[in-house]
Design a binder for this molecule. Structure first.
Ligand SMILES: Cc1cc2nc3c(=O)[nH]c(=O)nc-3n(C[C@H](O)[C@H](O)[C@H](O)COP(=O)(O)OP(=O)(O)OC[C@H]3O[C@@H](n4cnc5c(N)ncnc54)[C@H](O)[C@@H]3O)c2cc1C
Ligand code: FES
Ligand code: FES
Length: 1261
């Protein structure tokens, strides 16, 4: 094979510098090239699959035909280096840096506090930068669209948007994001009123954006493109040969010679297959330089678009056609545009191609149903000739398969203009509104007979309901020739339901929902067409029964060699002989899928990965596996001890109660999804088994201890360093220490520095999550709403080891009262031992689970009494100085103030009325509102953890180095410590530096957790600074007008030590579980939150219209940082309670192992209006400068969205004639919401009952 023997070289530019690469491995992505070869580590690795945007770069190309330069954002993790011939790549380092000068985008995001842990920031910056290169004065919509493919786990997005918004032509707009900005439709900017918040940054100080200062496109690349005749390029790697032909004939020759070789264009399908499924393609054909694949030809009949056109280019072409064509001819184009607007993010759309989408034949491709319904055709070519193939039911022959012959490629796709009387609509329901593959989608086209409502022709195609795009042939037949009426459609629904048949084991699960939504789509189409036809109807419904179903599985298997045979593998270590590492010995029992067995070290990352993949393990099935809480209860599989707490006399309370109700609610787990996965580098220093460990952990001292114990060396040989952490949220305490111990073993064994960075999927599989909880309660209450007794049982799914679960179940019980004074209260909690990966700490440490159960109980009482839930909450709230159920005294004054202020600021009462009115007028859209309070205990109940130390050095030039025990993970602790030092030493912050957190500067530190980091470390820094300041007192007195630098010089000459340690002995919190009393918390942080949502009852989709939060955080040390924490925690809570779902297979394998399957909130999930108020005039004598801990408390406030959705569902059910209580578990996903709304369509779907077929996933772990 000629092309396999030759290796060409690549020429491209990175940040204005020419790169000539002579040895290119076709498996190398731009991301690994940038980070590994060019050492440009600003571009981050978050997922490797195009789902998070952390790796965003800008790619620029010169187009010879148009003589124009195009700039687009791209995911470097999917972009093969081999495709970069002639391109200019700009990374975050190329636009500005702290070393030189920040680019205005970087500066504005930073100044607006849009960067917390900072891991997502380079990607955000580059997405915004690419937008500005194309549109220097974007609209707010442009910005939210540009950032749709970028995830942030810290900020809640508002400050990022705020920073970017300053580039809008008129940036003085309201805080709304998305489509409802106050400046839309020519409205005037908000001047005063409720959006008139204090500015968190000064816009006047911002650097101007000067497009003339941007990197220019390298003239050499223009010359190359204009003068050099393109030639075929071939690159040979160890396992792959890459051929990039330049003519169509060559492509066809290659395809004929290698029919199995993929035609690699955007690499957004092939790339993830190679990476995640281990697919190896010996030959790859990448015709991205073949002009015929990009040709666009317009004719009166339609447009033929080259299959190589990116989806962004297709969108631009269709937008231009829609503008030019009469409305009736652009029906199909508009439907395609609708899908293209929410298909993936801009980075994917910039590179993924039309041909790639069609040929990939995904079951839930957004375009294929529309292309099929719209009678589009592909032009297929091969060496044997060309043929037109209609995109119809015969085109999609199975999962990922089309009717193309192996040697054929798609040259173009023909998309016809619509005829008179023809209407096309597209629909889509996804787990997240943007950047998420659809759960179900559909396209429907109808042609009415001229001048009538008679259906002449109809075609309906669905995605997500089978292994490929599905044609609803029987439904179409049923409707054809009939009038467009409710009668016709009513007769069609059962037929469609039968066609959309899915067994419970169908990949992706949610089968009832998918079937129901298919019906909803047809109904929506019906309504939209009715509007077109101007027909008024009354609706009548009929019912249906169940249907038989058949479904094809789509699984692939691969076989692999053993690790030892592979090159580049440096070593393989298992648990044998390692103390305390937590590894099973080779013959030990493995108790969950995801348990670590051994580690493989390699010369390079890919060698190590290949080695690990080749390790062969023979498993025997565990005879008795336990996955769910119910199974654990049945088998009494619990970790000990279980906990119990009570006050009053619960039995007596129930006896006196006028009503008794029993209920339950489940809450699923939550993946931490810190943007930076678990990462560490262990460097053996060479002498006496010394190790330097650089790692991303919240608890460096524990990592040090674990490593020392594992290696059986003293702690003083191990020094752990933490610069900053790309998010942690509780997931980088215990789990990181296990991984650090393993890495240290490898480092010591190989006597080499060893780096361990988990892939996103591995991280999600191995490291556990938030504990799922089943809460069962019995509540006794009076007619007036007073709750007089409650008995709550919490079952947490702890997984296969205890980890911190026993502490979690304690904290659950300590918070079960939330804000309520229930005189007779009993709580019990237990950690169930199951065969799932061990769950661990997560922001809130059980509190978000605990309080959801309590609040649901409040809701149930309200529903039972037919009163607003807020009334019941108000009635039962603590109102005067009280004792908690564990007898800690507190004053709820600020809790009440937060509650009342929240009710007022949100205008709850008037909006409640508006919502009721809205719900009366709308059948398929319902609004809901909810207000939730919180009382959150700050500090560690284990009193010894409430301590901290700091070390402060003053150097002779007056600069100050502060070290303390807190790890910076985005919560702004270093900023706050700098502020403390600045205030105590009375010097400007710029003289103070914090370099890192390390065990050799401040030993025996406690974890940065429990919202206590600033409280503890702030006091320690304060103490050290006070010592130093006092030591300087004689000098200051002698020379009161002297400068700081002069005092320091003098102090040195006078032999005054300029270094001091500070120490804080925090509160002696404790809890005596025997006596059931204690004072486990230093104080309480209070808050309240009101959220309003609008739910689409037909699909379960929802949008948060407005959120108002009032929080008492004492006297905030840094309001910008604290507001960032409040918003970020709220949005993480919104994710927990409404979106994020961990799915396990029936044999306990985690399915959801990346952003593709696990959805965290994105920019589209920000409340449209988001107000945060800090309670004024409050004090907190228990913490530094009267502030309060805020890292965790407001996460629970995200549940206000859950309860607002529930409120909307109640309204929907009322319309469906259903009143009273109903099952509604968390998260309130579209699936749960839609099914709970009990629309006619949801009720038409017969509930899938237990059958011989195993469901796809465990229903509720
Ligand atoms: C993060 C992410 C999110 C996504 N979200 C969505 C979404 O919301 N909706 C949706 O519909 N899709 C979505 N996709 C899928 C994406 O649209 C497709 O992967 C993409 O369109 C494929 O195009 P490509 O050029 O990247 O194909 P490649 O990966 O380069 O190739 C894919 C396949 O198509 C074949 N092929 C490509 N071009 C031709 C041709 N001209 N002739 C013959 N065969 C060809 C190749 O041989 C290969 O088998 C998403 C993908 C990612 C990674
Ligand atoms: S790392 Fe590339 S998108 Fe996540
Ligand atoms: S700041 Fe966005 S992920 Fe941390």
């Amino acid at each position: 094979m000629a092309e396999g023997t030759r290796c060409d070289y690549l020429t491209f530019f990175v940040n204005g510098k020419k790169v000539i690469e002579r040895i290119v491995d076709p498996e190398t992505t731009l991301l690994s090239y940038l980070r590994g070869k060019l050492r440009l580590t600003g571009t981050k690795y978050g997922c490797g699959g195009g789902g998070c945007g952390a790796c965003t770069v800008m790619v620029s190309r010169y187009q010879t035909q148009t003589k124009r330069i195009t700039h687009f954002p791209a995911n470097a993790c999917l972009l093969p280096v081999c495709q970069l011939q002639g391109a200019a790549v700009t990374t975050v380092e190329g636009i500005g840096s702290t070393k030189t000068r920040l680019h205005p985008v970087q500066e504005r995001i930073a100044k607006a506090h849009g960067s917390q842990c900072g891991f997502c920031t380079p990607g955000m910056v580059m997405s915004m930068y690419a937008l500005l290169r194309n549109q220097p004065q974007p609209t707010l919509d442009d910005i939210t669209e540009a950032l749709a493919g970028n995830l942030c786990r810290c900020t809640g997005y508002r400050p990022i948007v705020d920073g970017c918004k300053t580039f809008c032509e008129n940036s003085n707009c309201c805080q709304l994001n998305g489509k409802e900005c106050c400046l839309m439709n020519g409205a005037k900017p908000v001047e005063n009123g409720e959006n008139d918040f204090p500015e968190l940054f000064n816009k006047a100080d911002l650097l101007p954006l000067d497009p003339t200062q941007e990197l220019i496109f390298p003239p050499e690349l223009i010359m190359m493109a204009e003068t050099q005749v393109p030639t075929t390029q071939t690159f040979c790697g160890e396992r792959m040969t890459w051929v990039s032909p330049v003519s169509l004939d060559e492509v066809l020759d290659l395809k004929s010679a290698h029919p199995q070789a993929p035609i690699l264009m955007g690499n957004t399908n092939v790339g993830p297959d190679i990476k995640f499924k281990g697919v190896v393609h010996p030959v790859i054909i990448s015709p991205t330089r073949v002009p015929e694949l990009f040709e666009v030809t317009r004719t009166p009949q339609g447009v033929s678009i080259g299959a190589g056109s990116s989806l962004a280019a297709v969108r631009a072409e269709l937008e231009s056609l829609v503008k030019e064509l009469p409305e009736e001819h652009a029906e199909l184009y508009r439907a395609l545009l609708l899908q293209l607007g929410s298909l993936a993010g801009p980075q994917i759309r910039s590179v993924a191609t039309l041909g790639g989408n069609v040929v990939s034949a995904y079951p839930n491709s957004d375009l294929n149903p529309v292309l099929a319904a719209g009678n589009c055709r592909v032009l297929a070519v091969s060496k044997g000739g060309r043929r037109e193939i209609p995109i119809n039911r015969d085109f999609f022959v199975g999962f990922g398969k089309t009717a193309l012959k192996p040697d054929e490629i798609v040259l173009s796709v023909f998309i016809p203009v619509s005829k008179k009387g023809e209407f096309v609509r597209a629909f889509r329901q996804a787990p997240r509104k943007e950047n998420a593959l659809a759960t179900v989608n559909a396209a429907m086209r109808v042609v009415f007979s001229e001048g009538s409502s008679m259906v002449h022709e109809i075609s309906i195609f669905h995605g997500g309901v089978g292994p490929s795009t599905v044609y609803a042939s029987k439904t179409c037949k049923q409707i054809t020739g009939k009038p467009w009426s409710e009668e016709t459609l009513n007769a069609a629904y059962p037929v469609l339901l039968e066609e959309m048949c899915l067994p419970p084991s169908a990949p992706g699960g949610k089968v009832d929902f998918r079937r129901a939504v298919s019906l909803s789509f047809l109904f929506k189409f019906f309504l939209q067409m009715q509007q077109k036809l101007h027909i008024m109807v009354q609706f009548m419904w009929c019912c249906s029964t169940g249907f038989a179903r058949k479904y094809e599985e789509w699984n692939r298997t691969t076989t692999k060699p053993t690790a030892a045979q592979l090159p580049g593998v440096s070593g393989c270590a298992s648990g044998a002989g390692q103390q305390g590492s937590g590894w099973p010995t080779p013959d030990a029992q493995v108790t969950c899928v995801g348990q670590m067995i051994c580690a493989v070290a390699g010369d390079t990352k890919s060698y190590a990965k290949r080695g690990a993949a080749a390790v062969k393990i023979t498993y025997e099935e565990l005879p008795e596996r336990v996955f769910t809480v119910e199974e654990a209860i049945q088998k009494q599989s619990f970790f000990q001890p279980q906990r119990e707490i009570w006050r009053g006399d619960v039995s007596e309370g129930f006896r006196k109660a006028e009503h008794i109700h029993e209920g339950e609610i489940r809450l699923g787990g939550q993946e931490h999804f810190y943007m930076e996965t678990q990462s560490m580098l262990v460097v053996p220093v060479g002498e006496e088994k010394e190790l330097n460990v650089y790692l991303s952990t919240q608890h460096p001292a524990y990592a040090q201890e674990s490593i020392a114990e594992t290696l059986d060396i003293p702690s003083n040989r191990v020094s752990c360093h933490v610069k900053r952490i790309g998010g942690a949220f509780g997931g980088k305490v215990t789990k990181t220490c296990i991984l650090a111990s393993i890495t240290a073993v490898a480092a010591l064994k190989t006597e080499r520095a060893v780096r361990l960075v988990l892939e996103r999927g591995e991280d999600m599989l191995i490291t556990g999550a938030r504990h799922p909880v089943l809460g069962r309660y019995k509540v006794g209450y009076m007619n007036d709403g007073q709750i007089i007794a409650a008995d709550i049982m919490y079952y947490t799914n702890a997984g296969n080891t205890a980890d911190e679960s026993l502490l979690v179940i304690e904290k659950i019980l300590l918070h079960l009262d939330n804000a309520y004074s229930i005189p007779n209260l009993r709580g019990r909690s237990t950690a169930c031992k199951t065969n799932l990966p061990s769950n661990t700490a997560f922001r809130g440490f059980g509190v978000p689970q605990s309080m959801l159960v309590t609040e649901n109980m409040m809701n149930d009482v309200a529903l039972r009494l037919g009163r607003a839930a807020e009334e019941i909450r108000d009635i039962n709230m603590y109102k005067e100085v009280s004792l908690t159920h564990y007898k800690q005294m507190f004053d709820p004054l600020n809790l009440r103030r937060c509650w009342q202020e929240c009710m007022e600021k949100s205008s709850y009462q008037s909006r409640r009325k508006d919502i009721d009115q809205f719900n009366q007028l709308n059948r398929w859209k319902k609004r809901g509102i909810s207000v939730i309070p919180i009382k959150y205990g700050v500090g560690f109940a284990e009193g010894f953890l409430n301590q901290a130390a700091a070390l402060v050095h003053i150097y002779k030039d007056g600069s100050v180095l502060v070290s303390h025990g807190g790890a910076e993970m985005g919560q702004g602790i270093h900023t706050k410590m700098q502020q403390v030092a600045s205030r105590e030493l009375q010097i400007p912050s710029n003289l103070i530096h914090i370099s890192e957190t390390s065990t050799n500067t401040v030993p025996n530190t406690c974890p940065s957790a429990a919202s206590f980091g600033t409280d503890a470390n702030g006091m320690a820094v304060k103490d050290a600074c006070e010592i130093l300041y006092n030591r300087l007192e004689p000098i200051r007195k002698k020379n009161p007008k002297g400068s700081w630098q002069a005092w320091i010089s003098e102090a040195f000459l006078l032999k005054i030590s300029l270094s001091a340690t500070g120490y804080y002995r925090g509160p002696d919190c404790d809890m005596d579980w025997e006596k059931q009393e204690g004072a486990p918390y230093a104080y309480f942080t209070y808050g309240a939150c009101c959220s309003e949502v609008e739910v689409d009852c037909l699909t379960g989709d929802y949008r948060t219209i407005r959120t108002d939060i009032v929080v008492d955080i004492g006297r905030s040390i840094n309001p910008s940082v604290d507001i960032g924490q409040i918003e970020g925690a709220f949005v993480q809570g919104l994710g927990l309670y409404t979106m994020e779902e961990l799915k396990f297979s029936p044999s306990g394998v985690l399915y959801t192992r990346g952003p593709g399957q696990y959805k965290i909130p994105a920019i589209c999930d920000m409340p449209l209006k988001f107000n945060v108020y800090l309670l004024a005039g409050t004090q907190n004598p228990s913490a530094i400068y009267s502030s309060k801990g805020i890292g965790e408390p407001t996460l629970f406030l995200g549940s206000s969205v859950f309860f607002a959705i529930k409120d909307a569902v109640v309204a929907a059910r009322r319309d469906a004639g259903m009143t009273g209580l109903f099952e509604f578990h968390s998260p309130a996903t579209p699936e749960r919401t839609c099914m709970a709304c009990a629309t006619h369509f949801a009720r038409m779907v017969p509930e899938s009952t237990a059958s011989s077929v195993q469901p796809w996933a465990i229903e509720s772990p």
